[in-house]
Design a protein around this ligand. Structure first.
Ligand SMILES: Nc1nc2c(ncn2[C@@H]2O[C@H](COP(=O)(O)OP(=O)(O)O)[C@@H](O)[C@H]2O)c(=O)[nH]1
Ligand SMILES: [Mg+2]
Length: 234
C-alpha cells in the first residue's frame, strides 16, 4: 500500500533534513513525505523546498501562518488524498517519533487496522527523557479522555498515526476545528464511532533534543473543554 507521511513543521530547521534522510531509509518505492510548513520564521520552509528539489520523494505545502497542528494536518490530508496514497501517516518532525517505527505502523494497517496509533502506554511502549510535568499532563489527558469517551485507547493524545484513506474519507474532516491534542483525540474518536478498527502499536517516545516544543497552556485547556463536548456534538 502506498503511503504518504504528513510532517508538520514550525521552526524545525535543525531537525528537518535529518528527519527526511531517516525517512528515506525506511520508506518504500512510491511512498512520499509531505512537509506542511506554517511560514516558520527560522527558514524551515526554504530548507524544505531545497530538500524537495534534491530528494525525489518529498513535497512541500506552505501555509501562511501558524494555526496549530490540527489545521496543518487537515490541509495535508486534503493534498495527500488528492493523490493515490492508500495510507496517510502523521508524525512529528522532532524525532520524538522514531522514523524506524514507521514500517511497523504501516504493517499494522496492511494487516487490517483502519487506524494505527503509535502508543506510549501499552505494554512495550514508553517515554524517554520527559520531565515529570509533561508526563503527568500526558497521563492525565489519557485518563481524562478515557473517562468521557471510553474509546478503549491507552494513548489518545499521541500524534504518531497511520490512517487508511477510507477513514479520512468517512469522518467529517470539515467539522473538526480542534488545534492541538484535541485534534488527535477527535480524529480517533470519530474513527471509532464510525466503526473503524483502531489498533495501538507500542512506541518509545523520546523528548526532542533540537528546537523547542510548541506545546502551550492553551493546547491543554482546549483538550479539557473539547473532550466532553465530543460526546454531545455530532
Ligand atoms: N505546520 C505546523 N506544525 C506545527 C505547529 N505546531 C507544532 N508543529 C509541529 O508539530 C510537531 C509536534 O510539535 P511539538 O512542538 O514538538 O509538540 P510536542 O511534541 O507536543 O511538544 C513538530 O514537528 C512541530 O514542528 C503548527 O502550528 N503548524
Ligand atoms: Mg515534540
Amino acid at each position: 500500500m502506498r503511503a504518504t507521511v504528513c510532517l508538520p513543521t514550525y521552526n524545525e530547521r535543525e531537525n528537518l533534513e535529518p528527519m527526511l534522510l531517516a525517512l528515506r531509509e525506511v520508506l518504500r518505492d512510491g511512498d512520499r513525505v509531505l512537509v506542511i510548513d506554517d511560514g516558520s520564521p527560522d527558514g524551515t520552509g526554504e530548507i524544505a523546498d531545497r530538500l524537495a528539489a534534491e530528494l525525489g520523494f518529498v513535497d512541500v505545502l506552505h501555509r501562511e501562518r501558524k494555526e496549530g497542528l490540527g489545521p496543518a494536518y487537515l490541509a495535508g490530508f486534503d493534498q495527500a488524498l488528492a493523490t493515490d496514497a492508500e495510507l496517510v501517516l502523521e508524525m512529528d518532525c522532532d524525532f520524538s517519533h522514531d522514523p524506524s517505527d514507521v514500517p511497523r505502523l504501516i504493517a499494522a494497517a496492511e494487516d487490517g487496522a483502519d487506524l494505527v496509533l503509535g502508543s506510549r502506554y501499552v505494554a512495550g511502549g514508553g517515554v524517554r527523557n520527559w520531565g515529570l510535568v509533561r508526563l503527568l499532563i500526558s497521563r492525565g489527558a489519557s485518563i481524562y479522555t478515557g473517562l468521557f469517551l471510553r474509546m478503549g485507547v491507552s494513548d489518545p493524545t499521541g500524534g504518531f498515526k497511520c490512517f487508511r484513506r477510507s477513514v479520512l474519507e468517512t469522518i467529517p474532516l470539515d467539522r473538526i476545528d480542534a488545534k492541538g491534542y484535541a485534534f488527535q483525540i477527535e480524529t480517533t474518536y470519530r474513527a471509532k464511532r464510525a466503526g473503524f478498527r483502531v489498533v495501538e502499536v507500542p512506541i518509545t517516545f523520546a523528548d526532542r533534543e533540537e528546537g523547542r516544543s510548541k506545546m502551550s497552556r492553551a493546547i491543554v485547556l482546549e483538550a479539557i473543554w473539547r473532550v466532553p463536548l465530543l460526546r454531545v456534538r455530532r
